[in-house]
Ligand binder design. Structure first.
Ligand SMILES: Cc1cc2nc3c(=O)[nH]c(=O)nc-3n(C[C@H](O)[C@H](O)[C@H](O)COP(=O)(O)OP(=O)(O)OC[C@H]3O[C@@H](n4cnc5c(N)ncnc54)[C@H](O)[C@@H]3O)c2cc1C
Length: 377
């Protein structure tokens, strides 16, 4: 066991990479361990790509704070380093008088969270901004946009590697054992098993973070870390309809905020898609069921009447790592050093679902401050 490191980050998704870039220092040995052949092959490449502004999440939650902070940091990084993005703005559209009350609650929550520039639009103002959208009122969020998440991850990798971080692909963590001066981490790298010692372990394993916590000896049922997979499908919108709205268009979200509702988003080339839906599932699979097309069509036609059934084609699906049980209440991100479970220096990030892409740079700052305390710097 000749290798000794300071920090092992498990997972090369956007969160692990942002953290690696943030904790990199001269004279610090930092490793990112990734089981796949390259970075960002799981949650971080199957999402809406939206830079959220922080409207939805309960006041004071990590989701709210890190979304608002991450929004600012992301735009700054995008502008400074030429990372592809479009600050399109978004409307959350109410289509009935009952939904206007919901909009008001959302607006107040968003303002308390510090989301920037929010205001209510009347029916007439909606028509002025988006003539093809139907609604009785809407929230305008000018600070919502879309980002090239692949380019963002490449930026974090470049920054991490400049800081001396080493990234090991094809390297699956299969064992974590507390030892006197840190953790003995066992990995499988295709040629066999290999162990090394590290002072700090950061668990950013996305859909597998509960299993990784379990490897370290955490009783995940007792800790409330058991993940529920929740699939989100997307359908693309063809027939040249992508030019008919300029902004991202969202409905009033469903109760308990399992998701933010089937919405319109664009990629950086301007292709339009609808999604993501919400289906709790038992295992990870990314197939899109064409039989769900009717549901997608029905979900949006009240506020996007120009979309026709035949415009929709199955596109892709993503998988949410939810702490929230089916029918249960919204859960916050878990980001903590597990000292109180007898595991000082083992930092868990559990349930990093949306707005995890937006929040990633703020999450990284937060984790770096935990690391600083642990290393007493
Ligand atoms: C449908 C959907 C839509 C979304 N839309 C948005 C959005 O519009 N805006 C937004 O802000 N957020 C959005 N999100 C959330 C965002 O995409 C995620 O929060 C973020 O990508 C999570 O990144 P991650 O690094 O935690 O996970 P991942 O990208 O999954 O990375 C985890 C990595 O850990 C690796 N790993 C796992 N186990 C091991 C192991 N034992 N050993 C080594 N490596 C391991 C995996 O291979 C993986 O690469 C969305 C998510 C979904 C599912």
């Amino acid at each position: 066991m000749s290798y000794r490191g300071d920090i092992a980050v498990i997972g090369a998704g956007v969160v692990g990479l942002a953290i690696a870039a943030q904790v990199a220092r001269e004279h610090r040995e930092v490793y990112v361990l990734e089981k796949n052949e390259t970075f960002g092959q799981e949650i971080s490449s199957r999402h809406s790509g939206v830079i959220h502004c922080g409207i939805y999440y309960p006041e004071g939650s990590l989701k709210a704070k890190m979304c608002v902070a991450g929004n600012h940091i992301l735009y700054e990084l995008c502008e400074r380093y030429g990372i592809g993005h479009r600050r399109l703005g978004k409307l959350i559209v109410a289509t009935s008088d009952e939904e206007i009350g919901e909009l008001q609650i959302l607006l107040e929550r968003g303002l308390r969270n510090g989301a920037e520039g929010l205001r209510i639009l009347s029916k007439r103002e909606i028509k002025e901004l988006e003539p093809n959208v139907e609604g009785v009122a809407a929230i305008l969020s000018p600070a919502t946009g879309v980002i090239d998440s692949h380019a963002l991850m490449k930026y974090f990798i470049a920054k991490a590697m400049d800081g001396g971080v080493q990234i090991a692909y094809h390297t699956k963590v299969v064992g974590i054992e507390k030892v006197a001066d840190g953790y003995k981490v066992t990995v499988e790298d295709g040629t066999g098993n290999f162990c090394f010692i590290t002072r700090i372990v950061i668990n950013c394993a996305g859909l597998h973070c509960d299993k990784v916590a379990e490897l370290a000896g955490i009783d995940i049922a007792k800790a409330g870390y058991q993940l529920h997979y929740c699939k989100g499908e997307y359908f693309s919108v063809g027939s040249g309809k992508n030019t008919l709205v300029k902004r991202l268009i969202f409905p009033v979200p469903p109760p308990k905020l399992t998701g933010v509702g089937i919405h319109v988003t664009f990629d950086l080339e301007g292709r339009m898609r609808l999604g993501p839906s919400i289906h709790y599932v038992d295992s990870i699979d990314y197939a899109v069921d064409n039989q769900h097309k009717q549901f997608f069509y029905d979900s949006v036609r009240r506020f996007l009447p120009f979309i026709e059934y035949d415009d929709l084609e199955p596109e892709m699906a993503g998988m949410r790592p939810k702490l929230q049980e089916p029918g249960g209440d919204i859960k916050d991100f878990v980001i903590r050093d597990e000292s109180d479970k007898g595991l000082p220096g083992f930092i868990d990030l559990i349930g990093i679902e949306s707005p995890g892409l937006t929040a990633a740079p703020a999450v990284a700052e937060y984790v770096a401050s935990l690391v600083g305390e642990l290393l007493r710097e």
